[in-house]
Ligand binder design. Structure first.
Ligand code: SAH
Length: 384
């Protein structure tokens, strides 16, 4: 999932904001053209007042912003265009058709229905997609137009509130990943679905997810994003720096800028992870590999489909083919001067923000054992 990501999925903020109300309200229908009249005979007033060909999406503009932010096709365009993302699901499902044949499959957050289409093509007996946004109407037509209308059904609503036409399912498929893996907390809905509908011994696609971290030299980009807030147009804007540093940046990190070893912060098995485990904390240790300045930590995730033969891995690591999630960068307030053999260690804690559970709070402690300096610090970030 993602989502019109940073600038946001995957966070789904559209130019034009949440209202797609392009439609003039209370408009009069255009005067009917008389026999023999063409469009050129419309008066300017009738033309201006009749907007009926543009559907009024007022019902989609939101009481609950998140749950309708996926109604617009643009977000789905980004996800479908992400060939690493969509291609990994396609391979996992179509190259493992033996797992899907004759099975009942549930797609949690089905969007345009691409995962249901793969499952139907792989021979599933029944595919049910749950989708809370209006895109579900298009998904139904797409399924029908592709000859899978009798196998695929979409249930419109929130996973937590809907009734399904079956008691249990053999396989749950879902693309739920956000920045830092768990941003947006859609995984909660997947776990809810698993506990309610997945048969004992059923499969999760994907079934494993990991979060990784390394430290990077990133002087140029730091200057562009943070150093920028200095003298601007002859005025001092430096007070902004503090807030800018607090917000992790989603962007592509060059693998060559990684100056340390990498470490795994989180490794979850989707079959048994619990909701509480998603507010996680971990210790980390990174070994410096070369003499360099270190400006930031970079975090990325991968998910794998381990029921597949061979195993399918969807990774968003630096240096790997581009995905719309890119990587997430957390800047240190002060760059570190590092030498080969130095160690950066510390702790990281991630929790849903108490103010808005779809935001993530990150607390980072780092303790640098350098040749010349040994700074220790705690920094807090918020992904919103
Ligand atoms: N499966 C699609 C879409 C993934 S994006 C694809 O792979 O292209 C995630 C989708 O989940 C969005 O369309 C969003 O509207 C939906 N979603 C998120 N949380 C949900 C919930 N709790 N209940 C129902 N749908 C949800």
């Amino acid at each position: 999932m993602s989502k019109q990501r940073k600038v946001p999925k995957h966070n789904h903020i559209w130019a034009g904001g949440e209202s797609h109300r392009w439609v003039a309200k209370g408009t009069n229908k255009a005067k009917k053209l008389k026999e023999g009249e063409g469009l050129q005979d419309l008066s300017l007033d009738d033309f201006r007042n009749d907007w009926q060909e543009v559907p009024d999406q007022e019902h989609t503009s939101n009481k609950d912003y998140y749950f309708n932010s996926y109604a617009h096709f643009g977000i789905h365009e980004d996800m479908l265009k992400d060939s690493v993302r969509t291609g990994s699901y396609m391979r996992a499902i179509l190259h493992n058709a033996h797992l899907f044949q004759g099975k009942t499959v549930l797609d949690v957050g089905s969007g345009t229905g691409i995962l249901c289409l793969f499952a139907a093509k792989a021979g599933a007996k029944q595919c049910i997609g749950i989708e809370c946004s209006d895109i579900a109407d298009f998904a139904t037509t797409i399924a029908q137009q592709n000859g899978h209308g009798s196998v695929i059904t979409y249930v419109r609503g929130k996973v937590e509130e809907v009734e399904l036409p079956v008691q249990e399912v053999d396989i749950i498929i879902s693309e739920w990943m956000g920045y830092l893996l768990i941003y947006e907390s859609m995984l909660d809905s997947v776990l809810f679905a698993r506990d309610k509908w997945l048969k004992k011994g059923g499969l999760m696609f994907p079934d494993r997810a990991r979060l990784h971290m390394a430290a990077v030299e990133d002087a140029d980009y730091r200057e562009e994003k943070i150093g920028f807030w200095g003298q601007l147009w002859g005025f001092d804007f430096s007070t902004m720096k503090q807030s800018v540093i607090q917000e992790p940046i989603s962007d592509t990190v060059d693998a060559a800028s990684i100056a340390t070893s990498t470490c795994c912060l989180l490794d979850i098995n989707l079959h048994d992870v619990k909701r509480e485990d998603l507010d996680f904390f971990a210790r980390y240790t990174l070994q410096v590999k070369r003499q360099d300045f270190i400006h930031a930590l970079v975090v990325w995730f991968d998910v794998s489909f381990e029921a597949c033969m061979p195993n399918v891995l969807l990774t968003t690591a630096p240096g790997k083919p581009y995905t719309h999630w890119k990587q997430t960068v957390l800047y240190f307030e002060d760059p570190l001067v590092a030498h080969k053999g130095d160690v950066i260690s510390g702790m990281i804690a991630v929790r849903k923000s108490p103010q808005n559970p779809r935001d993530l709070d990150v607390k980072l402690l780092y303790d640098f054992k350098g040749k010349f300096a040994q700074p220790s610090k705690v920094q807090c970030f918020r992904l919103r």
